[in-house]
Design a protein around this ligand. Structure first.
Ligand SMILES: Cc1cc2nc3c(=O)[nH]c(=O)nc-3n(C[C@H](O)[C@H](O)[C@H](O)COP(=O)(O)OP(=O)(O)OC[C@H]3O[C@@H](n4cnc5c(N)ncnc54)[C@H](O)[C@@H]3O)c2cc1C
Length: 454
């Protein structure tokens, strides 16, 4: 898939709502709500298969405001067909974890593990490609209500020029955290949401060269804080926390200043990270992709890679379902016709998310003392070898799972640690990460570690 040039990127405001719809009934094959990475990827893929796609974005500009820190894997850019040299601000092969007591753990790799991108430009590039493929992008257009009508779904939306009603056999909720489409589907049951806040800063002295991860109850209880250095002394910093991220911001800003040097604070932006995934993300004539389906990693909150993967799988299923419906002169799409998307997503990505959830439950229960202990233990050479072998930001659960399973065995043979210092993990908390029989669509992952009995 060719990457569009960045130089001619529009959508910094100039492409407004387009009324020139050739169909006076506003009839489409699919209405996609939300022009984030998941929505635009879905729209591009479906439009390439010659279906009529409406892509609705409530803001007048794609990608703005941005709440994301913009850290993605090389794999995420690769599957999106985006040139990392063109889009990447900076590449990283190491990160440092700071324990509450100040001990540090280096996570190092021989290869680039993460790339910082400008999320607004990234989203604009994907939206532009959707338009180039034939999707109709409607900016400043907010989907308000949804209704079933003769086997189709009618979407009532507000635009800068008033109300509009669109119809399609397929509605796609790509409307992020707090998705209206998910609420309408009734799948937004009880789930964990991490309040997060990010800030853009410019270091006036000091700074750092690696990604910094800060954990502990005084910094970011239940989640973590981060510093992502960018070129020219700039950085994106932020934190998530159970409770309120904003309440913990002053202490976090102080800690960053003490550890990495003085800086000026430019913007802050807070947004929730929904952890999931939703149990059912398809229904009759409707499906969810990306953060709307809570397709995020429960260990890190990252969702760009998972959202794009989901959108590609969903578009492949939707193309078949729409083609079949057309061939049979049927105007509606059943849940059954859309189910292969959900099955395929669970087969390919579900394990990481399930294991990630169990690790998250264990993480939430750790005290600062236990975090200190884990960081100190994981700094040992055996753990470092595991880290360099299994480290992968798209699949953090496989490394964490292997580390936790190996910890006790290594510790008993070490004179450094006392048994009383060792946190106890219930067997259920430390799942074995088994290789799926699925044919991986991404690069093959390294061999996974069999969990030794503690
Ligand atoms: C502070 C923070 C930092 C993060 N950092 C990272 C990171 O470094 N790396 C990473 O991989 N992930 C990160 N994430 C998660 C990541 O941002 C999301 O998983 C990702 O953006 C999901 O993409 P999406 O396309 O599903 O939804 P979004 O990117 O949220 O896009 C949804 C779009 O839908 C639009 N919309 C919503 N409702 C409507 C409506 N009714 N009508 C029309 N349009 C609507 C919105 O305006 C938005 O443009 C972070 C999240 C937070 C909160």
């Amino acid at each position: 898939m060719p990457a569009s040039g960045i130089a001619d990127l529009p959508y910094r405001g100039e492409l407004m709502f387009d009324t020139a719809n050739p169909d006076p009934n506003n009839q489409f094959d699919a209405i996609v709500v939300g022009a984030g990475p998941a929505g635009s990827t879905f729209a591009e893929n479906l439009a390439r298969a010659s279906f009529r796609v409406a892509l609705l974005e409530e803001h007048p500009q794609v990608g703005v405001p941005t709440h994301c820190s913009g850290l993605v894997s090389p794999r995420a850019l690769e599957i999106a067909g985006v040139d990392r040299k063109e889009m990447g601000l900076r590449e990283y092969s190491q990160a440092r974890v700071w324990a509450p007591g100040g001990a540090t753990l280096w996570l190092r790799s021989d290869t680039v593990q993460a790339i910082a991108i400008e999320r607004d430009r990234f989203d604009q590039l994907l939206a532009r490609r959707a338009v180039d493929a034939g999707a109709r992008l409607m900016l400043g257009t907010k989907a308000r209500t949804f209704r079933r009508e003769n086997g189709q779904i009618a979407v009532q939306a507000t635009t800068p020029r008033g109300e509009v009603q669109l119809r399609a056999p397929l509605l796609v909720g790509a409307d992020g955290a707090g998705s209206r489409v998910a609420r309408w589907m009734g799948v937004n049951g009880k789930h964990e949401v991490i309040p997060a806040i990010k800030a853009d800063v410019a270091f006036t002295n000091g700074g750092t060269d690696s990604i910094e991860i800060l954990v502990g109850s005084g910094v970011a209880p239940g989640w973590f804080g981060w510093v992502i250095p960018l070129p020219g002394g700039r950085a994106t910093i932020g934190l998530g926390a159970t409770g309120s991220a904003r309440d913990h911001l002053p202490a976090f800003l102080d800690l960053v200043r003490r550890r990495f040097g003085d800086y000026t604070l430019e913007h802050t932006h807070s947004a929730p990270i929904p952890l999931g995934p939703a149990r059912d993300f398809v229904g009759d004539g409707v499906l969810l992709v990306g953060a709307a389906a809570r397709q995020t990693k429960p260990t890190t909150g990252g969702g760009v890679y998972l959202g794009i993967r989901a959108a590609q799988l969903a578009a492949a299923t939707a193309s078949c379902a729409l083609a079949q419906a057309r061939a049979l002169s049927r105007g509606n799409l059943s849940r059954r016709a859309l189910a292969p998307y959900e099955d395929e997503w669970h087969r390919l990505e579900g394990r990481e998310v399930t294991v990630g959830h169990r690790l998250r439950r264990a993480y939430r229960r750790l005290s600062d003392r236990e975090l200190d202990w884990i960081v100190a233990t994981a700094a040992q050479p055996w753990a470092q070898r595991l880290i360099s072998r299994l480290g992968d930001i798209d699949f953090p659960a496989q490394l964490l799972s292997a580390l936790l399973r190996d910890l006790p065995r290594k510790v008993w043979s070490s004179p450094t640690f006392k048994r009383s210092n060792v946190p106890t993990f219930e067997r259920d908390d430390v799942p074995t990460f088994e290789r799926s029989n699925a044919e991986p669509v991404h690069e093959p992952r390294p061999e996974l570690v069999e969990g030794p009995a503690p």
